[in-house]
Design a protein around this ligand. Structure first.
Ligand code: NAD
Length: 397
């Protein structure tokens, strides 16, 4: 059996999150052989800045490199399906960013192809891997909260607040028909399914585009960039700035989530509260090292992340002792450690503990129900009638 230090990886996309993938892979001991940028020049510049040995000039060149066993897809959403198909067809394991595809038809194709290949496939729902979320899943599964009744929360950001804010995510042909829901709501919806062990079966959604036109800069823009100099062109906007969605889960829980990319002051705030018949649990990604546990008949508790006070899953995701704050970057390391255990073993395990393409596809199905509900103004059932039968631990069936 190989060791993790023998595994070679390549990363497609060298923007905000591609950089995080490269650095997290290095931290867990994987050899990053090279990167693929949008152009050979851009790839070369980023490879130099990241200290990566090689900048591939095309996906074909990357896939011809025999030292690469795993490829990470961190390009814009419209490229995920075609690139991932090519990677699987070339016999390489793959970690793809969320949302897995532009449509559920696209993600279904990837589920089928991955299942037939036996290759390791992961969707990067990294938020599951905050140690306190790993702990929360064990807490809910262990029955400490009692029966889960209410699942509520939000995911708010402010980086698209202004008419002058621009990114490829605003274009439906690059980001998908859903924007705030697909981009960040997808994390919240996946996380609640993972933590509760209940699938979302019905939705009632209200989507709003508060900023009907925006100024697109003439040149490319990095995600979260605030440079507003230079010429712009006015573009109509068809994707939602905000969403509010009522949810029904298959285990009987009810829920509600609001999603926004235009909430002043909220940089990256994913919050949830899970109310059970015995206790409640709440968490906020902007204070990720503490969780609130609510009680009726005794004082409420704050659990500070501390491997000494958590169960095995929380301990496994923790790299540092309590009081030494862990955050966003660390979730990538914990997620990749779980994925690369299968890579080292040579194939996907029968019930992977990490989020696979099955989970990425399920979130696409929920997203399509949300879009349909917003269009029709009524409750919509998530259509899993053509759902591939394969499952991972993230979705309890
Ligand atoms: N899991 C998370 O927390 C998280 C966070 C941010 C983004 N994402 C996802 O990661 C993906 C990228 O988002 P981002 O914020 O890094 O965007 P970004 O715009 O910062 O980076 C995208 C990169 O892809 C490159 N690219 C474009 N076309 C390419 C091509 N044909 N081949 C190779 N590279 C190409 C661009 O040059 C750019 O460097 C999206 O799918 C997004 O949803 C996930």
């Amino acid at each position: 059996m190989r060791r993790i230090a023998d595994v070679g990886a390549a990363v497609i996309g060298t923007g905000f999150i591609g950089t995080v993938h490269v650095e997290a892979l290095r931290r867990i001991g994987v050899q990053v052989r090279g990167v693929l940028g949008s152009t050979p020049d851009r790839g070369a510049t980023r490879a130099e800045a990241l200290g990566v040995p090689r900048a591939y000039t095309s996906l074909d060149e990357l896939l011809a490199d025999p030292s690469v066993q795993v490829v990470h897809v961190t390009s814009p959403n419209d490229l995920h399906v075609a690139q991932t198909k090519a990677i699987l067809s070339a016999g390489r394991h793959v970690v793809c960013e969320k949302p897995l595809a532009m449509t559920a038809a696209g993600s279904a194709e990837l589920v089928e192809l991955a299942a037939g290949s036996g290759l390791v496939n992961a969707t990067n729902f990294n938020i599951r891997y905050y140690p306190l979320n790993q702990q929360a899943r064990e807490t809910v599964a262990g029955g400490t909260l009692g029966d889960v009744r209410m699942v509520t929360g939000r995911y708010f950001q402010d980086w698209l607040l202004l008419e002058s804010d621009w990114n490829w995510r605003l274009q439906p042909d690059r980001g998908g028909a859903l924007r705030a829901v697909g981009d960040i709501g997808s994390h919240w919806l996946d996380l609640m399914t993972y933590l509760t062990g209940q699938r979302i079966v019905e939705v009632m959604a209200d989507l709003t585009t508060f900023i009907p036109s925006r100024q697109e800069p003439a040149g490319p823009v990095e995600s979260f960039s605030t440079d507003r100099s230079g010429d712009t062109v006015s573009r109509p906007i068809a994707t939602e700035d905000t969403a509010s969605v009522l949810l029904r889960f298959d285990g009987g829980a009810r829920g509600a989530v609001s999603v926004s990319q235009i909430s002043p002051g909220r940089k990256n705030s994913l919050q949830y509260e899970i109310d059970g018949s015995e206790a409640a649990l709440a968490w906020d990604s902007e204070q990720p090292d503490q969780a609130w546990i609510g009680h009726r008949d005794r004082p409420n508790e704050i659990l500070i992340r501390n491997p000494a006070l958590m169960g095995p899953a929380g301990q496994a995701a923790s790299a540092l002792p309590g009081g030494h704050v862990e955050g966003f970057f660390d979730t990538f390391c914990a997620h990749f450690r779980a994925v690369y255990a299968d890579v080292v073993a040579g194939a996907s395990s029968s019930r992977p503990g990490y989020p696979t393409f099955v989970d990425g596809h399920d979130e696409m199905l929920v997203g399509e129900a949300i879009a349909e509900s917003a269009r029709s103004g009524r409750w919509v059932t998530v259509d899993r009638s053509a759902d591939p039968a394969h499952s991972s631990e993230g979705v309890v069936r």
